[in-house]
Each structure stands twice: as structure tokens, then as C-alpha cells.
Write a protein that binds this ligand. Structure first.
Ligand SMILES: Cc1cc2nc3c(=O)[nH]c(=O)nc-3n(C[C@H](O)[C@H](O)[C@H](O)COP(=O)(O)O)c2cc1C
Length: 231
């Protein structure tokens, strides 16, 4: 059923491939960037007033969390030292960007079966106690709860060198990419997700070409499927 969501929407477009070109224009370019760019271009063609916010975590990697970050994030805001507040400043900006977004479009290549380290650093920075999830060990039942407002959607556009990582495939159990985003984002309240991937990059043969064509078609169909929910 169509949802009534404020206009215009904010689309948070994140890329994380270490390859900066797009494979549609550059023989050594990225397939995940190709898909995320295609999704957002088609989206904006249909909804030109929507706002696209770009975050390229390969170009500008979030600072990985460390002991100071953890200490600061678990210190109540009113008790934080200036140094602790400063340590959380980037995380605060990333959380604000996420909270403001209606739709997340994430280009996420498979690196060693999971997401690239800068994208994991982004995840670590936006899973924040008291901001995106709640925790109370004295709470009855579930001591953790999601804090993201409802209505957001996640689109994961991935690329893999090998093949067979989708449900029922020979390497399904080794695919930590979609789960690496769906699980932590679901934990903070973003549970509506969609995923499309290109496979066979390392084979560079007609199977790659067919996979690209199928993923591009699926990407176009996904845009067309989602647009009515925001109309
Ligand atoms: C560091 C690194 C690790 C990779 N690990 C895997 C892997 O575990 N499984 C796989 O199928 N492909 C792997 N690949 C291949 C990439 O997933 C493939 O090249 C994909 O197209 C990369 O995404 P991109 O085209 O958006 O850059 C790896 C590539 C790199 C550079």
C-alpha cells in the first residue's frame, strides 16, 4: 500500500568500492558504483525534486571506532568532556545524515566475503547507543531496542568476483555482504531492504555480461517498484 511520506525525499547515496570509475564507462571501473549510480539517476528522473546526499566512504573513510570512541559514546552526553564530544563529532554527522534520509542506496562490493572496511567503519559509526538504538539492562524482556524512525528503506547494490552467493547458490553461506548491512541496520530499525548484485567479475566473460544486464534490469525494476510507495 502506498505510504504517505513528506516531500521531497532525501536519498542517501553511499559508495564504497575502492575502484572509483563506473564499469559502464571505465573498463577497470566498479560494478557496484555502476548500479548505485543507475538506481539514483533513474530515481531522480522520476522524482526530480528529491534531494540526493552523497557519501563516498572509499574517498573519505570514516575514522574507525576505537577505545576513545566507545568510551565517549557510552558516556551520557551531558557528562562528556570536550575531547569526548570532539571524538564523536564525525559519528554525530553520520547519524544525522542517516536520520534525515528516507532511502539509503548503498554500493557495497564483496571484499573477502564481507563489506569493505570503510563501509564497516560507517556502520560502526551509525550504530549509536541512545541515538539509533536503546539499551537498558533493567528493562523487562528485550534490553535493546531500535530507535530509527519507521519508513526508511535500504537498497544494497553489490558486486562479486565469483558466483553463487545468492540464496540457494553454492557460496550462499559465505556471503556476509548483505547480512553485514541488513543485520546492523535492522537492529537499529531499518528492516525494509532490497538487494541486487552483479557476479562473475573475475571471469570477465559472457556470464559477467549477462549478470550485468540482469542486475541493471533488476535495478530499473526496483526503482519502478519503489517509486509508487512515495507518490
Ligand atoms: C580486496 C578484494 C577482495 C575480494 N574478495 C572477494 C571475495 O571474497 N569473493 C568474491 O567473489 N570476490 C571478491 N573480490 C572481487 C570483487 O568482489 C569484484 O571485483 C567486485 O566486482 C568488486 O566490486 P566493484 O566492481 O564495485 O569494485 C574481491 C576483490 C578485492 C579487490
Amino acid at each position: 500500500m502506498p505510504q504517505s511520506i513528506r516531500q521531497p525525499l532525501r536519498v542517501l547515496h553511499i559508495d564504497s568500492s575502492a575502484r572509483f570509475g563506473r564499469s559502464s564507462h571505465d573498463a577497470r571501473g566498479s560494478h557496484s558504483r555502476r548500479l548505485s549510480h543507475r538506481f539514483v539517476t533513474r530515481w531522480i528522473a522520476a522524482r526530480p525534486n528529491d534531494v540526493v546526499v552523497r557519501r563516498d566512504v572509499a574517498e573519505t573513510p570514516p575514522i574507525p571506532i576505537d577505545a576513545d570512541w566507545i568510551d565517549a559514546s557510552f558516556t551520557p552526553q551531558e557528562h562528556r568532556s570536550p575531547a569526548q564530544s570532539a571524538r564523536l563529532a564525525e559519528s554525530d554527522r553520520l547519524v544525522a545524515e542517516l536520520l534525515a534520509a528516507d532511502l539509503l542506496v548503498i554500493g557495497a562490493p564483496m571484499y573477502n566475503f564481507g563489506i569493505p572496511a570503510p563501509l564497516k567503519a560507517w556502520v560502526d559509526n551509525i550504530v549509536r547507543v541512545g541515538l539509533t538504538f536503546g539499551f537498558d539492562r533493567s528493562r523487562e524482556g528485550e534490553p535493546y531496542w531500535p530507535m530509527l524512525p519507521p519508513g526508511k528503506r535500504l537498497v544494497i547494490l553489490s558486486a562479486r568476483g565469483d558466483y553463487g552467493y545468492d540464496a540457494g547458490g553454492r557460496l550462499e553461506a559465505m556471503n556476509l555482504v548483505e547480512a553485514g548491512l541488513r543485520v546492523p541496520l535492522g537492529y537499529i530499525g531499518l528492516t525494509d531492504s532490497h538487494a541486487i548484485a552483479i557476479e562473475y567479475d573475475e571471469f570477465a566473460d559472457e556470464r559477467l555480461a549477462a549478470s550485468i544486464a540482469a542486475a541493471e534490469h533488476a535495478t530499473d525494476e526496483l526503482v519502478d517498484e519503489l517509486i509508487p510507495y512515495y507518490s
